[in-house]
Every structure is written in structure tokens, then in C-alpha cells.
Write a protein of this length. Structure first.
Length: 221
């Protein structure tokens, strides 16, 4: 009799493969990871791997989008349980979260920087769209939760703040390696090319938030 897996078993196997890929990405560059490595780490045959993910990019795109959904769910609970906020208090909280994102979710941040230039080249469009729709719903819930805490702030604007945060961090990350090549240090000294990701991300995002709330304040006067 054929070994027919239930939907729950299939989901568990897909999650097992994705978890193995995540573990590898914590210690290796994307280009250094092969499907064979992922299969070995997951404890499955390479042929089995392709039954769940056609490409390596599909695996990591899934990890990226589900990772951000988990992160946004965490933030939603945090803001929902917290007090009402002034724009200044929200700015301080978002900058604190930016620091926490970089420090505690470094693998997710690294993965996000690969989305446009690397992952979309070979990820499945239909699968990615479905996962983005799920992420959009999670993001909107987060935005609505924050907007309910800050007078005058809309759910759309609150949700969009995390797009700006992501763009700032990913942009700096893509420029932070100018003194490296293929993740290996160059034997040169380029001090002007060095980026302090945490400090400069907070500076840029903080400037954006300050200007945004300044404009909103003038618009309501």
C-alpha cells in the first residue's frame, strides 16, 4: 500500500525541511547552502526534498514570510497589551524594536535583505503570493492594533511603518559589505564604507518617524 501522508504530516515534513534550512543559514551564506545539505540536515532524501520545495529559493522565501508573520504576531500581542501612546512614545518604542529586531532576529534580517536581489529569481510566484497575502493580513492587524493606541494614526500608516523599517535595515545591510567579497574580508582598509547597522538604522528610521509625526501634527492643526 502506498505511503499516503495526511495534510498534517505533509505540513510537518515541510516545516522540518524549512527548519533545517534555517539552521544552516544561521552559520552559512545563502550561496554556500545546497539542497543536498538541507536534505542531509533535515534527515530526508534529496528526492523527497523536491516533493515539498522545487527550489532552494522557495524554502528561504517561505522562511522569510512566515518568519515575519511570527514577528508581527509577537508585536501585535505586545502593543495590544500595552498602554495608549503618544507619537513620541511610539517613536521610542519602534526604535527600541528596531534594535531588538537587529539583535535578536539577525537571521531573519539577513534573509530579508536577499528577497529582491536573490530569492525572487527562482521562488514560485503563486506560492509567494499566497504567503504574502497571509503576511499582509498579519501586517494589517498589527497596524490596526497600533493605530488603536495612538490618537490620529491610521492602520495603513502604522502598518507601513514596518515597510520603511525593513527598507532602511535591508538597504544598509546591502551596503555594509563593501569591505568584503562573497562574505570574505578583503585585504584592504575601507573605513568610509563601514556601516554600524544598529546605530544608523535607528538614526534613519528615527528621522523618518520624526518627520512623519511632525507633518501629521501640522495637518491636524
Amino acid at each position: 500500500m502506498a505511503n499516503i501522508k495526511t495534510d498534517a504530516q505533509k505540513r510537518a515534513k515541510a516545516d522540518q525541511i524549512a527548519a533545517a534550512a534555517w539552521q544552516l543559514f544561521e552559520h552559512h551564506g545563502f550561496n554556500d547552502i545546497s539542497m543536498a545539505m538541507i536534505a542531509e540536515r533535515a534527515g530526508v532524501a534529496k528526492g523527497t526534498l523536491f516533493n515539498y520545495y522545487e527550489t532552494k529559493e522557495n524554502i528561504f522565501m517561505t522562511l522569510l514570510l512566515t518568519g515575519y508573520r511570527t514577528y508581527f504576531d509577537q508585536l501585535t500581542r505586545q502593543f495590544d497589551q500595552g498602554p495608549r501612546l503618544t507619537p513620541d512614545a511610539l517613536t521610542a518604542e519602534l526604535l527600541r524594536e528596531t534594535t531588538q529586531l537587529i539583535r535578536q532576529h539577525g537571521t531573519l534580517v539577513r534573509l530579508n535583505a536577499l528577497r529582491g536581489p536573490v530569492l525572487e529569481a527562482r521562488a514560485d510566484q503563486a506560492q509567494t503570493l499566497a504567503e504574502r497575502q497571509a503576511l499582509y493580513a498579519t501586517s494589517h492587524t498589527l497596524g490596526a492594533t497600533i493605530a488603536a493606541k495612538v490618537p490620529g494614526l491610521t492602520a495603513h500608516t502604522a502598518s507601513h511603518l514596518f515597510i520603511v523599517q525593513s527598507a532602511v535595515i535591508s538597504g544598509l545591510m546591502n551596503l555594509a559589505g563593501l569591505d568584503e567579497f562573497n562574505q570574505h574580508p578583503l585585504t584592504v582598509d575601507f573605513p568610509d564604507f563601514q556601516v554600524d547597522l544598529e546605530r544608523e538604522s535607528c538614526q534613519l528610521f528615527g528621522s523618518y518617524l520624526t518627520q512623519l509625526f511632525k507633518e501629521d501634527s501640522h495637518a491636524t492643526q
